[in-house]
Design a protein around this ligand. Structure first.
Ligand code: SAM
Length: 241
């Protein structure tokens, strides 16, 4: 019986890999990896010697066929990305769908992913939230920002350091200078930092301190529109309660 397992890998601190993830990496027949060099480094650290095959964003469609063949001929095939949980702003979804269509069971182990610690430590409500991943870089970006500016749930975005200042300027423009945000940088690494404040304050911080490393932007939801109470067409003289 074949199985596909998605195994999350550390987003910084190597101690964050789970015992079960290590066991799956040891026991599997082969590992599909976003970047085989990155995965081989992790495997070397864990002292695991395993067949590693490429499965990255540029070949995800093409690689499906050979990946399915490998899956069917093996008991346990693992998919990993460079960091975090495969499928979350990383390749994975197409292989999961294809495996399920072929009646191959799919399992995703719980483990590291960047947006959960950013969201939970942001201090914004995390019982409901919207994860948008990377916003479009150019086409459709402004329309998306406009659409998201009225979202009442906490918003989570991934952003690259060289686009952060531009992103913060756009948040001031579309969400207003007073909207509260939290920029989580280098989670679980030596220089981990959470910068909290209004869009304007956080922009000022990163204009003075050049953004470096990996970044998650968490945005407080828009305030609920004020409710119109009572019947505004009702004649006031009729009010007797
Ligand atoms: N699959 C990953 C996950 O589960 O979070 C995400 C992969 S995506 C290609 C990479 C983005 O995730 C980075 O650009 C950054 O926005 C975010 N990220 C990854 N590691 C991070 C970290 N240690 N601190 C903050 N953000 C991180």
């Amino acid at each position: 019986m074949s199985k596909l397992a998605l195994v999350p890998t550390p987003i910084g601190n190597l101690e964050d890999i789970t015992l079960r993830s290590i066991r799956y990496l040891k026991e599997c027949d082969s590992i599909f990896a976003e970047d085989t060099r990155v995965t081989r480094k992790l495997l070397a650290h864990l002292q695991i010697d395993k067949k590693v095959l490429p499965f990255h964003a540029h070949n995800e469609h093409k690689a499906l066929e050979s990946a399915l063949r490998e899956l069917k001929n093996s008991e346990l095939t693992v998919l990993v990305s460079d960091a975090g949980t495969p499928g979350i702003s990383d390749p994975g979804f197409l292989l999961v769908r294809a495996a399920l269509e072929e009646q191959i069971p799919v399992e995703c182990l719980p483990g590291p992913t960047a947006f959960i610690p950013a969201l939970v430590a942001s201090g914004f409500p995390c019982d409901r939230f919207v994860f948008e991943g990377f916003l479009p870089h150019k086409k459709g970006r402004q329309t998306k920002l406009k659409e998201l500016s009225t979202e009442e749930r906490t918003l989570v975005l991934y952003e690259s350091p060289h686009r952060l200042q531009k992103c913060l300027e756009q948040l001031v423009e579309f969400f207003g200078a007073e909207r509260k945000i939290c920029v989580a940088r280098e989670i679980s690494k030596f220089f981990e930092e959470f910068v909290r404040g209004t869009t304007q304050e956080v922009l000022q911080h990163f204009l003075k301190n050049e953004p470096k490393g990996e970044i998650v932007v968490v945005i407080e939801g828009a305030p609920k529109p004020e409710k119109v109470t009572g019947n505004k067409y009702k004649d006031k003289t009729q009010d007797n309660d």
